[in-house]
Design a protein around this ligand. Structure first.
Ligand SMILES: C/C(=C\CNc1ncnc2c1ncn2[C@@H]1O[C@H](COP(=O)(O)O)[C@@H](O)[C@H]1O)CO
Length: 287
C-alpha cells in the first residue's frame, strides 16, 4: 500500500549517529541509513517508495518554494564552487577566501554549497568582506552540516532543486579546483549557457594548473571531434588571479554589482512591507 507520511515529514538531521526528524529522535536500528535523494532514485528499494512518488512531488515543490522564498531578495550574487576536501591551509582554500572577500567588496552576495573546503573558504571570505554569505546545503549520507561562515543557509534534500537555486540567483560562477561535484555544477552551467537557457553568465575557472588539462582536452578532443564548437569553449575563462576573476564577472555583467546592490536595496525599501518584489537586477527570471 502506498504511504504518504514520508512525503510530508519535517527535514531530518543527524548528529553523532542520532537522527532527528522534527520532534522524533531515532537511535541505533531505528536510523534510516539512506537520504531522500537515494530513496527517490533507488528503484531496488521497497515498492512503497515507488507508489508514494506522486505524493513526493509536494515535498519537491515545497523545496523550490522555500528556496525561492529565502533567496528572493538576495540581490546580485555570484556562486563559488570547488572541492569539499580542500584543507584550510591549502592554496585553494586561501584563494577561496580571497575570491569570496573580493566578491563581497564588489557588492556581490557569495553563494556556495554550504559545505567544507572551498565552500567554507568562500563563505569565510564573504563574511570578512562584509558581504552576504549564503550556503545551499545538501542532505548527504555523510552529512556535515552548514559551515560556520554561512549567514543565510537553506538545506536541500534534492540536488536538482538546489542546483536550480545556484543558477537562478547567481549572476556568474567562479569555479576552483574540485572533484565530481564541482564538475557537475560547472558543466550544468556550461550547458545552460551553451543552449542559451541562460544569457550573460560568466564562468571563470580559477587555477590554471588544475584547469588547463581539462580545457586542453575539451579543445583537442571534444571540439576537435566536433562535439562542441570553439565558441562553446570560449564560454570558459581561466585565470590564476581572484581579482581578475571578479573583474571578469563584473565585465560580463556590464556594471558593478555595488551599483545594483544600492539600487536593489532602494527598490526593496520602496516595496516594503510586502517583501515580495522582483529580483531588481534587470535580468530575466531563470528556472
Ligand atoms: C566530502 C565532504 C563533504 C561533503 N559535503 C558537502 N556539502 C555540501 N556540498 C557538497 C558537499 N560535497 C560536495 N558538495 C557539492 O559539490 C561540490 C564539491 O564537490 P567535490 O566533489 O568536492 O568537487 C560543491 O561545490 C558542492 O556544491 C568532506 O570530506
Amino acid at each position: 500500500m502506498s504511504t504518504v507520511t514520508d512525503d510530508f515529514e519535517p527535514q531530518e538531521k543527524r548528529q553523532n549517529g542520532v537522527r532527528f526528524r522534527g520532534p522524533v529522535v531515532l537511535r541505533r536500528g531505528q536510523v534510516q541509513e539512506s537520504t531522500t535523494d537515494q530513496r527517490l532514485l533507488d528503484t531496488r528499494g521497497p515498492t512503497e517508495w515507488l507508489h508514494s512518488d506522486p505524493w513526493r512531488v509536494h515535498r519537491i515543490t515545497a523545496e523550490f518554494v522555500e528556496g525561492f522564498g529565502a533567496l528572493a531578495e538576495l540581490g546580485p550574487a555570484v556562486a563559488v564552487f570547488g572541492s569539499a576536501r580542500a584543507l584550510p591551509d591549502s592554496p585553494e582554500y586561501l584563494q577561496g577566501v580571497e575570491v569570496g572577500r573580493l566578491l563581497a567588496d564588489a557588492g556581490y552576495a557569495v553563494i556556495t554549497g554550504g559545505g567544507p573546503g572551498v565552500m567554507e573558504a568562500a563563505n569565510q571570505g564573504a563574511v570578512k568582506g562584509g558581504g552576504t554569505s549564503v550556503g545551499l546545503g545538501i542532505e548527504l549520507p555523510f552529512e556535515q552540516g552548514l559551515n560556520d561562515y554561512v549567514d543565510l543557509g537553506v538545506n536541500f534534500r534534492y540536488f536538482f532543486a538546489r542546483k536550480t537555486m545556484f543558477v537562478k540567483y547567481a549572476q556568474g560562477f567562479v569555479v576552483l579546483p574540485g572533484g565530481f561535484g564541482t564538475m557537475d555544477e560547472l558543466f550544468e552551467a556550461l550547458t545552460l549557457v551553451q543552449t542559451r537557457k541562460v544569457t550573460s553568465f560568466p564562468l571563470v575557472l580559477l587555477g590554471s594548473a588544475y584547469w588547463s588539462g581539462l580545457v586542453r582536452w575539451l579543445r583537442e578532443s571534444m571540439v576537435a571531434d566536433g562535439k562542441a564548437s570553439p565558441a562553446d569553449l570560449a564560454l570558459l575563462t581561466v585565470t590564476d588571479s581572484p581579482a581578475e576573476a571578479v573583474r571578469l564577472i563584473q565585465g560580463q555583467n556590464g556594471h558593478r554589482a555595488a551599483d545594483e546592490s544600492a539600487a536593489f536595496a532602494e527598490k526593496v525599501a520602496a516595496e516594503r512591507p510586502s517583501h515580495h518584489g522582483p529580483r531588481g537586477d534587470g535580468r530575466s527570471e531563470r528556472g
